[in-house]
Design a protein around this ligand. Structure first.
Ligand code: GLY
Length: 389
């Protein structure tokens, strides 16, 4: 999310060549509005939520899908940008579709689902009904905390004991927001315990993140460090690195714990200095993907990273901050170019092309995905706020 009440922190010194990007943002948003106008019109008979394009058709998903909150979230960002009542109405519609998730205890992704939809909706409208759903949803998410492990359980899938994935850092924002909004200290304690446990066990010596750490649920010991969506257990899955830098940047914003800022900068440095990061700064789906340089790129990873790096740049400042902002800017310039931005009316009317969902499962390779659009719009808004501050 942009942040519950305040805008994300940003304010690093501006490199000289940022002007072109700032000027292009209104045009990119107008394009996004036209794409999402067509996307919604094309799926108006469908009560489910557009996720991706499959065999030339928009694939829609039910509220329990982990991506169900991103369309509502993108619509809130379109409303935030345009102040157009049409987006307020559409965002409200797609948010209310997720009401049942407040009682869903089957996945850690409740944070993504309700944070992007109800969280942004509450931030922008202060509708108390949105707040009520958030607080109920936070209780559902908190039910997945095991004090023996000191972390929220990510999945209930067979084959794992107590899996915790780096993606789960993203769900902590929802819990932290609910903690302060509802004055529930327990949510804050759980989120901090989870971030600390993840910091301790998820990172390698080179500061890249494992995807999955599987714990013993009885004593909290680490059983295995594996991948699910990456190229190998010891590879650096690109979106996972994005979740890591975003997650620790956000947790530093929420707590001011310097250990979180240090972890965010270490992951940012890993990304920034990686020899496999292409010249246009859009990563391959895994930094260790087989077939580089012809391996598919993952635009969603770039979108997540760029949004995080803009916020991180303002926290760090100085030369390091400038280098993070420059990387974010390069990513956003690339994403706003015809290489990644769809043509009008194409790409199922999603905004960005060329994301990878789950390469090892042969699922969603080189396709549009709704979360790439969401983090792209968020990053553009963050960048715009930075320029205005
Ligand atoms: N959180 C699931 C993913 O990033 O694909």
């Amino acid at each position: 999310m942009l942040a519950f009440g305040a805008l994300a922190q940003a304010g690093a010194q501006e490199p000289q060549n940022l002007d072109g990007l700032a000027k292009s943002i209104p045009t990119t948003f107008e394009f996004a509005e036209s794409q999402y106008g067509r996307l919604l019109a094309g799926t108006k008979e469908d009560s489910k939520i557009p996720r991706t394009l499959e065999e030339g058709k928009v694939k829609t998903v039910a509220p329990k899908d982990w991506t169900s909150g991103f369309v509502a979230g993108s619509l809130w960002y379109l409303y935030e940008f345009s102040k157009d009542q049409r987006w307020l109405s559409a965002a409200t519609d797609y948010t209310l579709r997720l009401d049942s998730i407040k009682d869903y205890r089957g996945s850690h992704d409740v944070g993504f689902m309700l944070g992007c939809s109800y969280g942004n909706g509450y931030r922008l409208t202060k509708n108390p009904a949105f707040r009520d759903v958030m607080l109920k949803g936070a209780e559902s998410l908190a039910s997945r905390y095991n004090p023996q492990v000191g972390a929220l359980r990510s999945w209930d899938h067979k084959g794992w004991n107590y899996p915790v994935i780096i993606d789960n850092m993203m769900n902590l924002e929802f819990l932290m927001d609910a903690a302060s909004e509802g004055r529930v200290e327990r949510y804050r304690t759980i989120a901090i315990a989870h971030a600390d446990k993840t910091l301790h066990n998820h990172f390698r010596a080179d500061s890249s993140s494992f995807h999955v750490v599987d714990y013993n649920p009885t004593n909290g010991e680490v059983i295995a460090k594996k991948t699910h969506q990456g190229a190998a257990d010891d590879s650096a899955w690109a979106r996972g690195q994005g979740w890591a830098v975003y997650g620790y940047t956000m947790m530093y914003r929420k707590t001011k714990n310097p250990a979180y800022l240090a972890q965010a900068t270490k992951v940012a440095d890993f990304i920034l200095n990686h020899p496999h990061l292409p010249a246009d700064k859009i990563p391959y789906w895994d930094f260790d993907a087989p077939g580089i340089p012809t391996a598919p790129r993952d635009v969603s990873a770039a979108a997540v990273m760029s949004s995080a790096l803009i916020e991180l740049s303002g926290m760090v400042g100085g030369e390091a901050g400038e280098s993070y902002l420059k990387l974010a800017q390069q990513q956003l310039v690339s994403l706003s170019s015809p290489a990644y931005l769809a043509k009008p009316g194409e790409n199922g009317n999603f905004i960005l092309m060329h994301s990878v969902g789950n390469y090892p499962a042969h699922s969603e390779i080189d396709v549009p995905i709704n979360y790439a659009d969401y983090y792209f719009l968020e990053a553009l808004l963050r960048y715009q706020h930075l320029k205005k501050s």
